[in-house]
Design a protein around this ligand. Sequence first.
Ligand code: NAD
Length: 493
Amino acid sequence: MTLSVDSVRSTITTHFINGEWTDAGGATFPVYNPLDGELVSESAAGGTLEARAAVAAAAAAFPEWANLAPGARQLLFLKAADIVERRTEELVELMAVEGGASRAFSTFQIRLSAAMLRQAAGWGYLPAGDVLRSDVPGRTATVTRKPLGVVAGFTPWNGAFYLAWRTFLLPMAFGNTTVIKPSELAPRSAGLVHAEILAEAGFPPGTFNVVTHAPGAAAAIADVFFESPAVRCINFTGSDKTARILGAQAGRALKRMVLELGGFNPVIMLEDADVEESIRAVTFGAFLHQGQVCMNSRKVYVHRSLHDEFVSGLTARVEALKIGDPRDPEVIIGPLINDSAVEQIVARVKDALDRGATLVTGGKADGRLYPPTILTHVPADAMCTTGADETFGPLLVIEAFDDSEEAFRAAQNTPFGLSASVMTQDRARGLDLAARFDTGIIHINAPTMASEAALPVGGVKDSGWGRSGYYAIEDFTELRLTTMSSEPGRYPF
Ligand code: NAD
């Protein structure tokens, strides 16, 4: 099965298990375009049986994949990168109709994905371990990095194309085989299209498997992952709410888990910040993918001396962003993913306004389209500003400060710890503030929303744990200690 631009809509999709496209006995569920409710696909509604078959296929493929020569693996990854680029136009179309992604966001994901594939292609050649010194006479000791086995991945609907690569490509690059359960909201861009690409590139059957499911049926598949001894790690990208459920299961099953979760991602603009640059960085950081990315900025703390200039400049810039059907290449703000996403932002804006906040721009839904919205003078107890929860949409709160230490303490007052930014022309001061931030990522003079294939992205606190890029080796391998003694041992008894 290969998608083409013409067949992006109204396609019936199947699972991908052991290198074959298999249906679930005809059971399907519909996937709709979030913009207009048009049918995008009928996807296979899988469950326990398919999940078990996928895990078995991945387990059977593991020994050969783990021992494949680095050069052979490298060729496969490089080929997959070329296919991703060749299919750019249909991928852009798919991400638009399935997830509401603008061209700017989908091409960003495509570039990152190809870059990650090309980087991962070489990792098989990196040193596989160390030789250690031993105090025991005649003993030599080595530690070797070994793949874990089967890694089962949960992928989200947002940023689905890139994040799905991140979910299985990193484990596979270190010799693991994988089973992916894509989000039911975007089963193709969150997993199935990757199966097409890997199949075309020639990845061996079973190394990569995808099982899709109807809404409400995720837990049955998760149960299979947690119960299967062959699954050695769960790689989850999604919300902290789901992570808490799955984390409890991981505790009971004693499974390793990698968690890439949400964030609140504050920006602090010190009094010497370049206002024009800050406006550009915050527009991108807060409103890329209409605020539905884990690293989007949710709040800007701006020095009072810059507040008015910043707010008026930012407002002018975001009001110029074209809103509409993301298939129009000029559209930057597409639809929110579903009605509950619209209801969440509508409720959060109303709550803030009821408490006395000022609406600077936006604030009115048009179906699933919601404009970039800026609030100022938001009381501290309004839901959108406490930092306790992401408002997963195009809503930004701006707060003026006089004392940067107070702003810093307020920005830190969130259970999340994914990303943050400091805007300042005093690099030393920026570095000093950055060093004290309790986040996995901190940028100086750049948006909170930034990703490069080589850089380790990940959070602390309720934003999860685990890192992308090469550092994922810590998550997806384990160390094997081997000793060899060439002299008789000395024992106490
Ligand atoms: P979600 O938690 O609703 O879903 C994520 C995955 O978990 C999906 O595959 C879903 O089907 C599955 N799932 C949901 N409930 C489940 C259950 N009870 N049992 C088993 N599986 C279940 O998240 P989402 O709405 O798809 O994604 C948005 C969230 O993901 C946001 O919070 C966002 O910040 C976060 N996110 C984080 C990163 C990161 O890298 N840190 C990246 C993207 C998204």
